[in-house]
Design a binder for this molecule. Structure first.
Ligand code: FAD
Length: 424
């Protein structure tokens, strides 16, 4: 999988001094596996509350999904609210929704407080391709307005066409609060804030085991860290540290291409109001403009851990299906990453025993939710677990088929959803 190092984000990232490798034996109050948005969010909250915090990162800060994603920050979670209501009831589903807005707000709060320059732009549109999807989006709009006091704008095809130069879509559900940013620069900004608050971040320090008990210990390749509380924030990239968590998510590859710079006029002619856009197919397309006037176009899920053949050609085909006027434009960068899909696509956050916390199952919808997850885990470490307990009420089943067969079974299930999108 071509990862963070091959991305446009990596080439446009702010400088980030390399952090040391963990070695020898040390002690801390809280030790966090993973320097992505979840781990860093928890680290900042805990350091600000006076805890000694160590973060262990197998690669570099932001190397995982946090530094390579589509940059689209959207309210809610990957699954829709009715799904959450069916799992934990309407009242708690309402709480989760309101907290998801807190996750959105947290991005703005942290950008301002830690002075993180990450190219934030307002506006996001979910766009339908099929009449069935128009009905689904309008039903979603009614549900959000009636049950969650969250009004979104419905745009007709003509209204959308004024902002987006594509004939592919039948309208849009537009949210002015959602938006997009440079995810690697945002993640690096959080790391800077964490370091400034005394958090120790170790890079190139893979955790090889977690010994649980009264005082958990993370074992790394060259040492170990003893702590009072352990946090697992390794997302789809962690494996073998907590088997009961591994079996409840599935790594799914998703890919992004960045065009050559299009120039201000041409870029603006594609997305006049500079919003982010995502269609609502199961294997969706999502796109936005970068600060240097490229189109960043995401899509093409793969349900095995192999990179799809002719990825660049596929991405170009998908992009020109949306914007035929970009035929002949080159993709300067193509990269991918894994999202951590849970079986019901609901977030899977909670506690193992008394002192090991985790957040996974963002299912491709984590930019805002990760900040919230880190904050809620930090609250629980501080003895206020009411909010985490609401999330932990959601039951998550393991993927059927175990490790050997879950991929083929998922491929079969996804093939059905893709076929459904293609046919109806
Ligand atoms: C291509 C792509 C596009 C996406 N687009 C969007 C989008 O537009 N909007 C949105 O909301 N969400 C999107 N997502 C999802 C979002 O990026 C994730 O939900 C979010 O970044 C997860 O953050 P995290 O901190 O939990 O995990 P990560 O950022 O993946 O961090 C986990 C870290 O743990 C480290 N790690 C793993 N195992 C170990 C170990 N054994 N020892 C030490 N460290 C370890 C990894 O190296 C990694 O750095 C996308 C994801 C991808 C891959």
């Amino acid at each position: 999988m071509k990862g963070a190092a091959h991305s446009w984000y990596a080439t446009s990232a702010q400088p980030a001094p390399e952090q040391p490798r963990q070695a020898g034996s040390e002690r801390t109050d809280v030790c966090i596996l993973g320097a992505g948005l979840t781990g860093l969010s928890a680290a900042i909250e805990l350091a600000e509350a006076g805890y000694k915090v160590v973060v262990l990162e197998a690669e570099r800060v932001g190397w995982g999904a946090s530094g390579r994603n589509g940059g689209q920050a959207i309210f809610g979670y990957s699954c829709e609210q009715p799904k959450i209501a069916s799992l934990i009831g309407k009242d708690d589903a309402r709480k989760l929704f309101d907290w998801s807005l807190e996750g959105m707000h947290l991005i703005q709060e942290r950008r301002a407080k830690y002075q993180i320059d990450c190219d934030w732009r307002d506006g996001h549109a979910h766009v339908p391709i099929k009449p069935r999807q128009v009905e689904e989006l309008q039903a979603w709009q009614r549900d959000l307005a009636d049950n969650y006091d969250y009004p979104l704008q419905w745009w007709s095809r003509e209204q959308l066409r004024e902002q987006l130069a594509s004939d592919r879509y039948l309208g849009a559900l537009y949210d002015a609060n959602s938006g997009h940013l440079h995810p690697l620069n945002y993640t690096l900004g959080l790391a800077r804030a964490a370091l400034a608050r005394g958090v120790k971040i170790y890079e190139n320090s893979k955790v090889t085991a977690l010994r649980r008990g009264n005082k958990p210990t993370f074992v790394t390749e060259m040492g170990e860290v003893h702590c009072d509380f352990a946090v697992l924030a390794g997302n789809a990239y962690v494996h073998g540290i907590a088997p009961e968590l591994d079996s409840r998510i599935m790594p799914v590859g998703t890919y992004i291409g960045a065009t050559e710079p299009l120039g201000e006029e041409r870029a603006k002619s594609l997305i006049r109001n500079d919003m982010a856009v995502a269609d609502v197919n199961w294997a969706l397309d999502y796109f936005r403009l970068s600060s240097d006037q490229r189109l960043l176009f995401g899509g093409r899920a793969s349900y095995s851990t192999l990179e799809p053949p002719n990825l660049r050609g596929t991405m170009l085909r998908r992009m020109t299906r949306v914007f035929p006027q970009l035929t002949g434009v080159k993709l300067d960068y193509v990269w991918g990453g894994y999202v951590d899909i849970s079986l019901n696509r609901a977030p899977h956050w909670g506690r193992l025993g008394q002192n090991v916390y985790f957040a996974q199952g963002f299912s491709g919808h984590g930019l805002a939710a990760t900040g919230l997850a880190g904050r809620i885990i930090a609250e629980a470490v501080r003895g206020q677990s009411q909010r985490l307990d609401v999330f932990a009420k959601m039951q998550h089943r393991p993927f059927p088929g175990g490790r050997a067969f879950r991929t083929p079974l998922l491929v079969a299930a996804m093939a059905w959803f893709k076929l459904r999108d293609a046919l109806f």
